[in-house]
Every structure is written in structure tokens, then in C-alpha cells.
Design a binder for this molecule. Sequence first.
Ligand SMILES: [Zn+2]
Length: 275
Amino acid sequence: MALRQYTALEQGSALNVIHWLQIRNLPTNPLRCAQCNNAMDVKEINDGHRCCGCRKKRSLRSNSLFKEFSRVLLGKLLLAIYFFSAEDSQREISRHLSLNPNLVSSIWRRLQDACSRDLRDRPITPFGGPGTVAKCDETEASVRLETCEVFGIVTTEYSLTRGYFEGVERRDVVTLLPIIARCVRIGTEVHSDDWADGSPYPFHPVTGIHTREVESCWNNLKLGQKKGRGIEREDMQSYLDEKMWRQWRAENPQNAMNNFLAVLAGQYFVNNPVL
Ligand SMILES: [Zn+2]
């Protein structure tokens, strides 16, 4: 679905949005009362439900991502998710949806958490193997009032390069070798600009091979642009996880949104009856 279809959905009836989300198992369908085990009907145009047994009113958002942002209409939250998956900036989302920047920042963080969790649930590492090339690199990224080191291993086995990135305290062999050991399969041809001495890996000098792809993979992290934006050091790994998720799971804008909705649906136990 394209942006104009999401926008049309958001501007249409609230019930349509609910049904659209329910088909994708984002809020549950139906919502069940834990006391009576009744399936509740959508009685109202918003997402409130009433149990026909105990008459208690509950929100369709129970157990879902949407619960935390109960003041924001579901259609708007759906659009926010769309903009996140399309990698629009928080500022643009705030402007498009007339939402407070702090609120957008909280939504954004929750979506980043979903990326981090997906990377834990379905790890992207190890990658490579015989016949593949991986390139290790480090860069300094600006975080608020200081810099931090980001270490990355980029594999060239896909048409669009992908990598693993981690904020590190130090860039010495003791720190970096275990990361490489975790990330690349045996037989991978590992290239690095430095510290090849004393390493158990068959390091190769960096040649011109794949240089452009590897650079574009790093540029894609937009670490240089973080300058002055005030990202906190403790938020750096969430930021890197989000970027990794995009590289591995959202190669193009069409599958980005679909994959992201599928990931969200898998992370919330929305079908549990509500108390
Ligand atoms: Zn009930």
C-alpha cells in the first residue's frame, strides 16, 4: 500500500482503521473479556468495547503497542508507523501528523525497540561463509557532548550491502575479535585496515574490491549527520539496531512497512483476554 492509501484510511472511518489493523493481528479480533470469556463487539466508533456479560468497558488497545499512546487516534499511529518504516524524520512526522515532538520521539523509540527485539529474536548474525567477503571498520560518531566508537562488519554477499554495527568502548583486538567471531561464519574472507597482527583470522589487505558498496553501507547509517542532534550515548545502540533492521529486513519501502507490521504483530500478545 502506498502513502496515499494509508492517508485515505486514516481520513476515513475509525471502524475501517480498526478492521484493517485487526486483520493484521495488531489489536486482537475479537477482544475477549477475561471474566466472562465473551467476545466483545465494537459498540462505539472509537476503540472502546463493552462486555455484554459484566458490562465492563475495555479498550481494544489492551496488550497492544497502541495502548501506550492512548490519546493518539489509531489512524494517526498507523501513519506514524508508515513514516517510520519509510525512514522519514521525526520532525517530518511531527509536522505531518500535528503531533508533539516529544510524543513522536516516544513512538519512535518504541518502534526502534521493536527493531532491536526482532534482531534478538531472529539474529542477522552470523553471516558470510566460504567465498564471501566482509570488511571491518570503525568510525567515531558524535553523541551528546562527546564521541563514541562504532565498530562494523559489512558483508558484500547481498546486492545491497548489509552489516552488523555495535558501539564499542575501545577499538583493540581484545574487544573486536569476539565481535567478529560472533558475526562471521568460518571461511569468510575478512578485510580490515588495521590490527591484522596476532589475529586468528586470515585478514586480507584492503583492496579496491567492494569499497564503494562498503562506504555506502556506512553512509547509510548517517552517523556524520548525528552531529549536534543530541543523540544520547545510551541511545546509540537502539539507533544502530534500527539501521541494521532496515538494511536486513526492509530493503525497499514496499516491504519495509509490511515486514514491520508483521514484526509488531509477533511481539505483542494481543489475543490474551483482557482483565
Ligand atoms: Zn465480561
